[in-house]
Design a protein around this ligand. Structure first.
Ligand code: SF4
Ligand code: SF4
Length: 228
C-alpha cells in the first residue's frame, strides 16, 4: 500500500464507487446537511477535494477535523441530483485515516481512541454498545445529578425498572451468552474491524508517547474531556 497513490488507496474501498459518480458542485447536499448548518463542515467541498485526486489535499483532509464532523444522517444521499453520497465517502475517508494513522493529527480524530475503547470494548465484552457502567458521571457531566445517584445504585435501579441487568435469561440488558459474544468477535475478525481497532490503538499509543504521556488512561480521560 505504501507505494500507492492515496487516491488509488481510497478507491479500493467498495463504498467509494457508490459515494462518487461525478460531483457538479451544485451545493444541494450542503443546503440539507445539518453538520454544515452548525459547523465548518461542507459535503460539497468534501467531494470536490476527493474528485481532484490530489494526494496532498487528500492527506490534509485525512489529518483534519473536517471528516469527523459528519453525523451520518444520510440526508445528502436522498437529495443529490447525481446520486453521490458524501456521507458514505466520509466512511471511506475515516477508514483510511484510521488505517494510516492520520486520525491522530486532529483533535476530533484523536477521539477515535476513546470511542473505540468504550464502544467496541462494550460490544466485544458485553454485547451492547452502551452499558450503564461505562457512562461514568465524571466523564459525562451532561447526565446531571440524577444519573450520579443512579450510577451509585445501578443494580437496585435497573431491578426496579424491570430490566435484567447482567443476569442470565430474558430482558433488557441481560447477560449475553459467551457463544454469542464469540460470534460478535468473529464478525469483528472477518470484517477487518479487529485489525482497524488494533491500528487505532497502535497509532494512539504512538501519539500519546509523542505528547509525553506515560499513562494511556490519562490520555483516554484527556481525549474524552476534549483537553488534547
Ligand atoms: S454531491 Fe451532489 S448535491 Fe452535493 S454538490 Fe455534488 S452534485 Fe451537488
Ligand atoms: S450524512 Fe453527513 S454529509 Fe450527509 S447530510 Fe448527513 S451530516 Fe451531512
Amino acid at each position: 500500500m505504501n507505494n500507492m497513490k492515496l487516491s488509488e488507496i481510497l478507491k479500493q474501498d467498495i463504498r467509494y464507487k457508490e459515494a462518487l459518480n461525478a460531483c457538479m458542485n451544485c451545493g444541494i447536499c450542503t443546503s440539507v446537511c445539518p453538520a454544515a448548518e452548525f459547523s465548518d463542515y461542507d459535503p460539497r467541498i468534501l467531494l470536490n477535494i476527493v474528485q481532484t485526486e490530489d494526494d496532498a489535499e487528500l492527506e490534509k483532509l485525512l489529518k483534519s477535523d473536517f471528516i469527523w464532523l459528519c453525523g451520518q444522517c444520510m440526508s445528502c444521499k436522498t437529495r443529490c441530483p447525481r446520486n453521490n453520497v458524501p456521507g458514505l465517502m466520509i466512511n471511506v475517508l475515516r477508514r483510511y485515516s484510521q488505517e494510516l494513522g492520520y486520525f491522530t493529527e486532529s483533535k476530533r480524530g484523536r477521539q477515535q481512541y476513546a470511542l473505540n475503547k468504550v464502544l467496541n470494548g462494550n460490544i466485544l465484552g458485553e454485547g451492547y454498545c452502551i452499558v450503564p457502567e461505562s457512562v461514568k458521571p465524571d466523564l459525562h457531566p451532561e447526565q446531571g445529578p440524577v444519573w450520579e445517584w443512579i450510577y451509585r445504585n445501578l443494580p437496585e435501579f435497573y431491578d426496579r425498572m424491570g430490566a435484567n441487568l447482567h443476569k442470565p435469561g430474558a430482558g433488557v440488558l441481560r447477560k449475553i451468552d459467551d457463544k454469542d459474544l464469540d460470534e460478535i468477535r468473529r464478525i469483528f475478525e472477518e470484517t477487518g474491524a479487529m485489525e482497524l481497532q488494533d491500528a487505532i490503538n497502535k497509532f494512539s499509543e504512538q501519539k500519546a508517547e509523542d505528547l509525553g504521556y506515560d499513562d494511556m488512561n490519562q490520555y483516554f480521560v484527556d481525549i474524552f474531556k476534549g483537553n488534547v
